[in-house]
Write a protein that binds this ligand. Structure first.
Ligand code: FAD
Length: 424
């Protein structure tokens, strides 16, 4: 079994990284070569800025190349809960920001001719218990009326037309959701940023960011130093991020396995509609079919950090869950297993803006494939004098009490969610 993400194992790596040491001046330094940073670097270069991107390792080697490949619309929150907390208007605006984010991915893939198998497949949220279907049905009423007429309820009697498993009791369909090969998209995005003139420095871990005044900073990295008139922090929950962010971003492990390819006939039985699927449990799962017919099956599995040993352990839990859901696939070999770090905020809403002269976009909380690409574009507009482009500009962002960068409390959170999954 390979421990490389399937997405990165099935794409030619980016080969146009900048050579030589990092030195001199730039209009903008983008820190982090995931979707946020690459999308911003491309858009800023298109706007005429001299852009330098600094990536600690390889581009899309972080969450952007390690995720489940779902490019879903919709909030990670129940729409009614979001409306109760933020007001209907704001909740609707944030919901529609995710619609716009899926459109942004589709637009960029089309304009830049990135062959990434982008497909508007829809997403089905699967009720893991009969009571969960009742909750979905209540949520659907408000959502369908106020924000998304392209949603539909799928009752228990019809759910096997979507996913052939006895484990589910109905579902909620989001027709606007999409999927893509995130490795091909990410490398294509890096090529597009390079074509527009952004200099991409890989193996250039940033070790210090010193403010010179206003938004001007001096940045030290493993490949040299640079002075930039503006900085965009696009690192997710990096241990090198300034203190303000380490107190607010919680790195949470998430894990994925990929099976050997299924035959078309097997898939027609198991997942006839080939949509993205997520389950309603707190410690739930997400799955879809890859362009070469593998089942890409992910989940939190354990509340632990990702590293090779932890990924293998989580992979075994995911394999057992996959067999519970699809006992008919228990002979199917698992060929890939990997993990990554999800950057969460305490309330699971993304955050973006400017702090201490540094612009940032982060905290996509597991819904970042679409939003990171979109926020890269939006932050380019913000940094070019259009703060209104930031859909998250009005959200405050208090520190997480007791959190100083290492999420010591995650095992307790895991226990709490396990208990909730047993009870409700
Ligand atoms: C296992 C898993 C499954 C997921 N599944 C989904 C999904 O199906 N759908 C969905 O919408 N979202 C999903 N997500 C979330 C989504 O992948 C992320 O929200 C999104 O990719 C974040 O992009 P980013 O560019 O902000 O961060 P990243 O892709 O993490 O990029 C940040 C980059 O910054 C670099 N960096 C860090 N520190 C430094 C430094 N000091 N100097 C220079 N560079 C640095 C890192 O090396 C990294 O390449 C998943 C995440 C994981 C981990």
């Amino acid at each position: 079994m390979k421990q490389t993400p399937y997405w990165l194992d099935s794409v030619e790596p980016f080969r146009n990284g900048a050579a030589g040491p990092l030195e001199g001046r730039a209009d903008v330094a983008v820190i982090g070569g995931g979707f946020t940073g690459l999308s911003a670097a491309m858009a800023l270069a298109q706007r005429g800025a001299k852009v330098v991107l600094l990536e600690a390792e390889r581009v899309v080697g972080g969450a952007s190349g390690r995720n489940g490949g779902h490019c879903n619309n919709g909030l990670s929150h129940d729409f009614g809960g979001a409306a109760a907390r933020l007001g209907l208007e704001r909740a609707r605006a944030l919901y529609h920001a995710f619609d716009a984010a899926v459109d942004t991915v589709e637009r960029i893939a089309g304009e830049e001719q990135i062959a990434c198998d982008f497909r508007r497949c829809g997403k089905i949220k699967l009720a893991a218990k009969p009571a969960h279907y009742e909750t979905l049905a209540r949520s659907f009423e408000l959502l369908h009326r106020e924000a998304d007429p392209d949603t539909a309820l799928v009752p228990a009697s019809k759910i096997r037309d979507e996913v052939d498993s006895a484990a589910f009791h109905g579902g909620l369909l989001y027709r606007k959701s999409a999927q893509l090969h995130v490795g091909r998209f990410g490398v294509g995005l890096a090529q597009a940023a390079h074509r527009r003139g952004a200099a991409i420095f890989e193996n250039a871990r940033v070790t210090a960011i010193r403010r010179l005044g206003g938004t001007r900073h001096r940045i030290s990295s493993a490949r040299g130093e640079i002075e930039a008139a503006q900085v965009l922090l696009a690192t997710g929950a990096s241990p090198q991020a300034p203190w303000f962010f380490r107190r607010r971003l919680i790195p949470v492990g998430s894990f994925v396995i990929a099976t050997a390819p299924l035959t078309a006939a097997q898939l027609d039985r198991v997942m006839p509609t080939r949509r993205n699927a997520t389950t309603t449990k707190h410690i739930g799962n997400y799955f879809r079919v890859s362009p070469d017919n593998r089942l890409i099956f992910g989940g939190r599995a354990r509340f632990a950090a990702s590293n090779p040993r932890s990924d293998r352990k989580s992979g075994r839990i995911l394999e057992a869950t996959l067999h519970e859901i699809f006992p008919q696939l228990s002979d199917l070999p698992i060929e890939y297993c990997w993990g990554g770090s999800v950057d969460m905020s305490a309330d699971r809403y993304p955050r973006a803006g400017e702090r201490g002269g540094i612009h940032y976009a982060a905290a996509y909380s597991g819904h970042g494939v679409q939003m990171s690409v979109h926020m890269g574009q939006m932050m380019a507009a913000v940094m070019d004098g259009h703060p209104e482009a930031n859909p998250f500009r009005e959200l405050d962002w208090p520190a997480v009490p007791g959190h100083f960068g290492r999420p010591w409390f995650l095992p307790l959170v895991g226990l709490y969610y396990r208990f909730k999954d047993l009870r409700s």
